[in-house]
Ligand binder design. Structure first.
Ligand SMILES: [Zn+2]
Length: 284
């Protein structure tokens, strides 16, 4: 264990919700840059924590590549079997392919591991075509927000980091009560870093959708969430970050993998950028 690295990593994680509030509440200029900075800070905090207590287990590293390849193939097979069509969207000068899935649940999602975007037939039934397209643009925005890192490479790096951190935590578990407290703190702070990373990622996807699909992206979000714009407050944001960590069943599994910020915060930022007109296009 490296105590200095660990202290810096945990302190950086503790600051992340505040950095998120700063990024969302700041002026429209450079909003994209601020959100990306929050993402970089989150991954850096995770890297520091991993570097300080992680254990490189040769066996798990050797198994990582085949395991990831397996997940890739299973995901591809699972979704391609339910695919009923392929839609092409021209967004911001590029053509993106979206796989249409037959499903009674209105949904759209991105599988960063495969770099693919999916939307369900029910989504198109429930929403105006322009709103459904705006939702799809949001999903494509998730992939674009990682640029220039290819999404599958990003997922691979995060998965390897998580396995090194997990091996370190398992190692600590057998070392008495004090180390149990340390494990709890590490899990909490690493969790918060992951949550805040995903929040910033979500807002960047929203901004991409706003740029590509205009006000439809806002009306789709209003319609789907039923929320109203809400200015983020520091204490609520810290509480939300912790709440996002609690395990939930059913569809919550997806939420745990990609925790979302409050819909009100997303609408707050979208409305601000849409009305003040800056932060669009130039940065993306
Ligand atoms: Zn999203």
């Amino acid at each position: 264990m490296h105590p200095v690295l660990l202290t810096v990593g945990l302190a950086a994680s503790a600051l992340l919700p505040a950095a998120y509030v700063h990024a969302v509440k700041g002026g429209p200029r450079h909003v994209w840059l601020r959100l990306r900075l929050v993402m970089v800070m989150s991954v850096s905090a995770l890297l520091l924590i991993t570097a300080s207590i992680g254990v490189v287990d040769k066996m798990s590293l050797a198994l990582a590549a085949p395991a990831l390849a397996g997940v890739y193939l299973v995901l591809n097979y699972h979704f391609e079997r339910r695919s009923v069509n392929r839609l092409l969207y021209g967004l911001k000068g590029r053509v993106h392919s979206v796989t249409l899935l037959s499903s009674p649940v209105p949904a759209a999602f991105t599988v960063a591991m495969t770099g693919r975007v999916y939307a369900t037939t029910e989504l198109y039934r429930r929403l105006e075509p322009e709103e459904a397209a705006a939702i799809v643009a949001h999903e494509i925005g998730h992939l674009e927000a990682l640029h220039p890192i290819p999404p599958p490479l990003f997922v691979t790096v995060i998965a390897i980091m998580a396995s090194i951190l997990a091996a370190g935590i398992i190692d600590l578990l057998g070392q008495g009560l004090a180390s149990l407290v340390l494990v709890a703190v590490v899990l909490l702070m690493a969790g918060i870093a992951w949550v805040v990373f995903n929040w910033a990622w979500e807002h960047l996807a929203d901004l991409y959708a706003l740029d590509a699909a205009g006000a439809w992206s806002i009306s789709a979000l209003y319609r789907i969430t039923g929320a109203r714009p809400e200015e983020p407050r520091l204490l609520s944001v810290y509480l939300d970050a912790v709440k996002c960590l609690r395990p939930r069943g059913g569809r919550g599994v997806t939420v745990l993998v990609n925790p979302h910020p409050r819909p009100g915060y997303r609408l707050y930022l979208l409305e601000k950028i849409a009305w003040q007109g800056e932060g669009r296009g130039s940065a993306l």
